[in-house]
Structure formats: C-alpha cells, structure tokens
Design a protein around this ligand. Sequence first.
Ligand code: DCS
Length: 273
Amino acid sequence: MILMNDQFLSREQANVDMEDRGYQFGDGIYEVVRVYHGASFKMDEHLTRLARSAKEIRLTLPMSLGEIKEKIVELIKRNNLKDGIVYFQVTRGTAPRIHQFPSNTTSVLTAYTKEMERPMKDLLHGAKVVTTEDIRWLRCDIKSLNLLGNVLAKQYAVENNAKEAIQIRGDIVTEGSSSNFFIVKDGSLLTHPANHFILKGITRDVVEVLATELGLPFVEKEFKLEDVYQADEAFLSGSTTEITPVTQVNDHKISEQPGPITKKLQEAFEKLI
Ligand code: DCS
C-alpha cells in the first residue's frame, strides 16, 4: 500500500500524471526515514528538514507537518513494516509543462515503505570508497528530487567495487552520493561544514550529539583528499548507511579494521536505535 496525498492506495490504483513536475523536472523534495522494529527513527528531524527544503524551493506542502507525520506513521502500520525505510516525496504537482511555477496546482505527496536489512557486513568490517568530482549544483543542502549527479557518482562507485563515491569539489572533499563523510585525526572528527555544498544529514547530527557525549571534538572544516589519506580513521553516515567504517579510499588503505573511535560511535548509535 502506498500513500498519495491523504489516500492509502494499492500500487495498481495509484497513478502519476505524465505532467507531474516531479516526473518532468525533478521539481520536488524527499526524505528517507529509517524504521527499526516498527518505529521510525528521527522522524521529526526529517520532517523539519522536509519543511526547510520546501521553503528553499518555494513549494507549499499539501498538508501540515503533523498531518504528514500522522499519514506516514499510519502507512508504516498498515504495511506492517518492521525493519526498513519509509520514502516520501512532495512534488510541485501536475500542470502543463512550463518551466516557471504553474499558477493553479497543488503539490503532491507520495510515500511508500520498503523492508531493508541493516548493512551488517559493512558495519562490522568497513567498506571501500572511491572519489569522484562533485558535479552537482550549488544547493546540495536542499534534499531535491534532482539526483543525477548523485546517481552518476554512485554508479561510478559500483563500477569500481566500492560502497560509496566521495565527491570532491575543486580540491575540497564534500560528501558521499547518499551519505555524509567524516575523517578522524588525532582524536577529532572532521566533516565538511553544513553549508550549500552538502546535505546536512540527520545521521550527521546524531553523530555530533554522540561525539559530544563521548568527549570527541566535532570539527566542521574543509579538508582535502591528502588529509583523507593521512587520516587515522574514516566513516560514512546516513539513514540507511548508519555509521559505516571506511577502511579504503581509492587504492589507499586507511586501516585493516574499523578504527576504535568509529567503533565507539557505532556502539553509541546502536544504543539509540
Ligand atoms: N548526503 C546526501 C547527498 C544524501 O542523499 C544523504 C541521505 C545524506 C547525506 C545523509 O543524510 P541522512 O543522514 O539524513 O540520511 N540520502 C538518503 C537517500 O537518498 N537514500 O538513503 C538516504
């Protein structure tokens, strides 16, 4: 069962119009929320980010955040989802194709759930990442449906037997194609500042809270690939990625095993979920 605006429909009943602006322009925004044991993780934070993305692209949500939450929680229940994700998006709606905002249209909310296991192998043993040029637009802070840059980056990772592609803009390391990226140096966590060049991940925020609790400095600062190669540890964060240790970047080994600080953060994260 899926959610379309305020209706719960079977996939067969649900129709997306050819001229939905999400379909034609990627004119919309989305969120992916993790569900553990039937309960959503950090739903309110994701909803707050959805509202922010909406505001930044001047899209009016079709209902209040409270109503969206209610519908999505109901969808999780109706689908009897225990462990997985709920995906939801809002497009600017259906109208004859013109680039500018159409005048008489209402935004369209859709949501579905999906069972998904935690990436246990990577969580335990770490993963390889590769680096690629960050070719995305200059508002990566908006969780937009336009994901071509991210799609191409992830495809590059897959073709190079890597879990993720870490993007580099100029010579600054920004983030993964669907995750944030951290390095650990001399006991401090380093990650790209939350400006227009990255998505401010909800999991990244969780890492900040956990780091503070553990007394680990959380430093938002630009860094380069050479800093990554000299790091003691590295990891990814994301709703589906959780805290995934990175043991290899391109041909460079960071460590044989996930590092001790990454493991500490993982243990603290585990307690939350
Ligand atoms: N950066 C990018 C570009 C992302 O797409 C995501 C999440 C993140 C960082 C991490 O953000 P969260 O911690 O809030 O998840 N991407 C979602 C996605 O598209 N699939 O899975 C998660």
